[in-house]
Design a binder for this molecule. Structure first.
Ligand code: MTE
Length: 356
């Protein structure tokens, strides 16, 4: 077993903070990702919180501030379960760095995404108990892990707009795949915001604050934000996920035998949408064939796809593309979506297979 209970073959991008993604061969295996295979994205050391002494503060623009124990959360609110795919804004950055360098950022492959069955309570129910004030436009989530890479170094904090926070799919979760949350995934309690960049799903949650403005912490105001451009002078705060797809097996650069080769991958539509179609090309995008798509488990949950391709000898590039239930497709080239932070690649994935 590897670090933090992860499988030995994880691609470890960093040990401290611990950042790792599963290889495509492992991610592809099951619709719900086992905890030992789930990607891990951290900005600082993993805090070890004692569940017995842990408390959740709910404060800010509320009528009745709350101080909740884990037992109080479990017994005081209706528990609910959901299958949710989390995807980091860093996912597939390697495809962007292939176009142009993204200095100082980890070249994540397609595995900065995983799916789990989370159990917890609805954030909306907790906020209702606290009595959200009319001017509470944003809900901030605080955690105690201090990131040395933040400027200045600071604990993790981000927020979501009020409407998103009050939607019934946003959870405060203590369980993942039927077991207590592992330490590295946020024990004893984490936020789960389906369909939004993973950065908003705060781990090791200790405080929920209702406020009038978005979080001005480094992670939201600077890190997970695209710098200003002429067309977006304010910069762009990353939130809802766009449509994405990737090839998982074979892996980029693999040597495969001539003849029929099974190719697998996934597609993920953003919040409230499902994947409608995935296509694959082996001739640079002239001809496309449709891949078999797994039945949807619900909006915002990944869908695996598979196809069998008859590959000629030589070096073959496999391209994939997807459409979601709103009819939106993906940009062809990573160059079209390259950005200085290398965030959220949505372009057609492309893997090189050496057919021998
Ligand atoms: N929460 C805290 N407290 N600290 C963090 O560093 N990383 C965020 C989010 N929540 C982070 C956090 C990011 S960027 C992502 S993508 C997800 O957690 C990753 O969740 P996971 O490690 O459980 O896969």
């Amino acid at each position: 077993m590897g670090l933090w209970g992860k499988r030995d073959d994880m691609v470890v991008h960093g040990r401290e903070p611990f950042n790792a993604e599963p290889p495509g061969t492992a991610l592809d295996r099951t619709a719900v990702t086992p905890a030992d295979t789930f990607y891990a994205r951290n900005h600082g050391p993993v805090p070890r919180l004692d569940p017995a002494g842990w408390r959740l503060t709910v404060d800010g623009l509320v009528a009745r501030p709350l101080l909740l124990t884990l037992a109080g959360l479990r017994s005081g609110f209706d528990a609910t379960e959901a299958t949710v795919t989390l995807q980091c804004a860093d996912n597939r950055r390697a495809d962007l760095t292939a176009v142009r360098a993204v200095p100082g950022e980890t070249p994540w492959g397609p595995g900065a995404l995983s799916t789990a069955r989370f159990r917890g309570v609805r954030l909306a129910d907790v906020l209702a108990r606290a009595g959200l004030a009319p001017d509470a436009a944003h809900i901030a989530f605080h955690a105690p892990d201090v990131s040395p890479s933040a400027d200045p170094p600071q604990p993790y904090e981000v927020s979501v707009p009020r409407d998103r926070a009050l939607a019934p799919d946003v959870l405060l979760a203590w369980e993942m795949n039927g077991a207590p949350l592992p330490a590295v995934h946020g024990a004893p309690l984490r936020v789960v915001v389906p369909g939004w960049i993973g950065a908003r799903s705060v781990k090791w949650l200790t405080r929920v604050t209702a406020r009038a403005t978005p979080s001005d912490g480094w992670f939201q105001a600077t890190a997970y934000r695209l710098p200003p451009t002429a067309s977006a002078p304010e910069g762009v705060t990353l939130g809802p996920l766009p449509l994405n797809c990737a090839v998982l097996t074979p892996r980029d650069g693999d040597v495969v035998p001539r003849g029929p080769v099974r190719v697998t991958g996934y597609a993920l539509a953003g919040e409230g949408r499902t994947v409608a179609r995935v296509e694959v090309s082996v001739d640079g995008g002239r001809a496309w064939s449709r891949a078999a798509l797994e039945e949807t488990a619900g909006p915002g949950v990944w869908q695996r796809w598979r196809t069998t391709l008859d590959l000629p000898a030589g070096d073959v590039h496999v391209l994939a593309r997807a459409w979601d239930s709103s009819g939106a497709g993906m940009p062809r080239s990573p160059a079209a979506v390259w950005n200085p932070k290398g965030y959220v690649t949505t372009s057609w994935p492309r893997v090189l297979l050496r057919v021998r």
